[in-house]
Write a protein that binds this ligand. Structure first.
Ligand code: GTP
Ligand code: MG
Length: 195
């Protein structure tokens, strides 16, 4: 994966708007403001492909990014942010659920959680939901740079003890600042594409 070509190919709110060329897809999922757009930008080496913001709730559609004509990265609205109305959150939830349930070419999910905090109830529900659909998941702990070295052992344990990671899944620690974890994510994507 070279990320020579990275283009927003489809913006979808319903299934008929998804790409139709049947390439492997990688879903990026997480609480609003967890750093999804930053994660995608870091991964593909672009500054502002996916819009980042201090104000949560920016992403409101399913955004399919064409990566080197090899696969799609799918950015979706964040869940569980109080400032976004319940009606809207429910709509977003249904849109994501519809995608997950109707997408055989969805190969892998990157579930983003905030490294600084204990995984939330919503994070755990989302992980269980994905496992119910037998999807392979990498749990990506974002903002790893925000906890200093001396606190990391304790934080790693808290996260590992809170999420009951299924066999075959793994946890990756990630930072957009230091880029730690990026190589590992690319390795996962490459291995799924050539599967
Ligand atoms: P929504 O689309 O609004 O739900 O948010 P998002 O999940 O796409 O988050 P976004 O990438 O916009 O990041 C939210 C805020 O966290 C921004 O201010 C980012 O700069 C910051 N941020 C994201 N990742 C990191 C990281 O690894 N380290 C640090 N220090 N800040 C980060
Ligand atoms: Mg975003």
């Amino acid at each position: 994966m070279k990320f020579d070509k990275v283009e927003l190919a489809n913006v979808a709110i319903r299934t008929t708007q998804y790409p139709t060329d049947n390439k492997p897809e990688f879903l990026m999922l997480g609480r609003s403001n967890v750093g999804k757009s930053s994660f995608i930008n870091t991964l593909v080496n672009r500054k502002s492909l996916a819009r980042t913001s201090a104000k949560p709730g920016k992403t409101q559609t399913l955004n399919f990014y064409n990566i080197d004509d090899m696969c799609y990265i799918v950015d979706v609205p964040g869940y569980g942010y109080a400032a976004v109305s319940n009606a809207k959150q429910e709509k977003f939830g249904l849109m994501i659920e519809e995608y997950i349930m109707n997408r055989p070419n969805l190969k892998h999910v990157f579930l983003l959680i905030d490294y600084r905090h204990k995984p939330t109830e919503n994070d755990l529900i989302m992980y269980d939901f994905l496992k119910y659909y037998n999807l392979p998941v990498t749990v990506v702990c974002t903002k790893y740079d925000k906890i200093k070295k001396s606190g990391r052992d304790k934080q790693n344990k808290l996260i590992e003890n809170t999420i009951d990671i299924a066999y075959g899944d793994e946890i990756v620690y990630f930072s957009k600042v230091t880029k730690v974890g990026r190589d590992k994510i690319i390795e996962v994507i490459n291995s799924k594409i050539t599967e």
